[in-house]
Design a protein around this ligand. Sequence first.
Ligand code: ADP
Length: 464
Amino acid sequence: MKQQYIVDINPSTGKIIKKIKCTSKSGVHEAVLKARKALPYWCNLSLKERSKMLANAAKEFKKEKENIGRIITDEMGKLYRSAVGEVHAVKYGIMKTIEMAKDALPVEKYREDGLITEVLRAPIGVCAVITPWNFPVSMPETLLSPALIAGNTVVFKPSENVPLTGKALYNIFNKHLPEGVINLVQGADEVGNELIHSDVDMIAFVGSQKVGKIIMNAASDKLKRIVLELGGKDPMIVLDDANLEKAANFAVNGALRNTGQVCVSVERIYVHEKIAGEFIDMVNEGVKKFTYGDGYDENAMMGPMVSKEQRKIVVDQINDAVRNGANLITGGKIPANEVGFYMQPTLLTNLSHKHKIMNIETFGPVVCIQIVKNDEEAIKLANDTPYGLGATVWTGNKKRGREIAGKIEAGMIGINQGIGSVSGTPWVGIKQSGFGFIGSVEGIRQFTVPRKISYKTNHVKKSK
Ligand code: ADP
């Protein structure tokens, strides 16, 4: 491998936390081999036995939430309170998966004319789990728990931006699982690339569309199964009868929380021309009040961006929009005299789909507003994207909201709220946002393959 070390940088200070050795090529293949050796033992345990071990890991996440929370804040800049909340949620994620597995995994028996067919949910085998940095414990958990509960063994590669968080997550699972059931490899694209071309049977991935497409190609060599969650360009439609205070509040928080580094961030807002002026003023007030600072600063509403490179992508998109006629109302700059990778909360208006920022994922603290004439134009623009992850509609009319929601091409749509949904329902993207589900009974079953065993009721005759 060309890259020998990950240089782990604290985005609040720009200082190096640690240099972490990347897994070598042979190390990647050894990890896969270890996972394969552990497979027969792990998949032959009962669901109850696997559940017990995973439940023990869940308890430990609760105990360790402050320690891991600190690692997250140091490595990726997230507010400490959010980081602790995220680790705490991992406990619930694992326990929910254990509960849903009771519906997802039991053998189903079908009977017809004296014939019995058993449908078994067999694990797929060795699963590579490759994840991003923005939710560095909850994102991996949503793939690791269902993969493991279904009887697969795992090789886990966290993002190169959060190697110590990845290691902490691995340590807890590994402590409670048999040797070789979960394995850790560290590194960036080269290590990821080695892993997706290795002897794994499945690849579960959350990250960019670009890498998702590389993975889909790589998977064809052995017809590896894949689960891909590939981000979004979520639209928010604000109609002329919406509660503007609530909508503006959601727009600001939805676009800026976690410094905009969320796959279901509000990336594009389409507001009806009748109320656009008032709405923009309200959003602007919110953006101006959105404080930023070190993740441990209790008054900060967002931390720095994860890296200099990620910030450059955002600044380039803003500059491109302004060069092409967008109005920069607030922010848009890298704060002067600051160490770390901070970025001002930003509001851009007078946008259209000729601007790059309305077409490609931004993943930064920017609120982007385009004015529309009517519902049809809003729907047309909302759907004018290869992505289809989340979307929201804001209106005072239930019927109008439900009708528009039905016409939006997205996996998860909220009416007068975010995409938050009933627990146990799938997290899902359509179009080029993804392939497969996260969470839910279906989400667990996608880590299995149905196998059938059939026999006649009287297939074994007693010998006389
Ligand atoms: P992000 O920048 O949001 O983390 P990426 O898609 O670049 O999104 O990265 C997500 C994960 O995919 C990371 O763990 C990264 O190291 C990994 N990755 C990047 N390139 C490749 C690749 N060619 N093959 C496999 N994994 C990769």
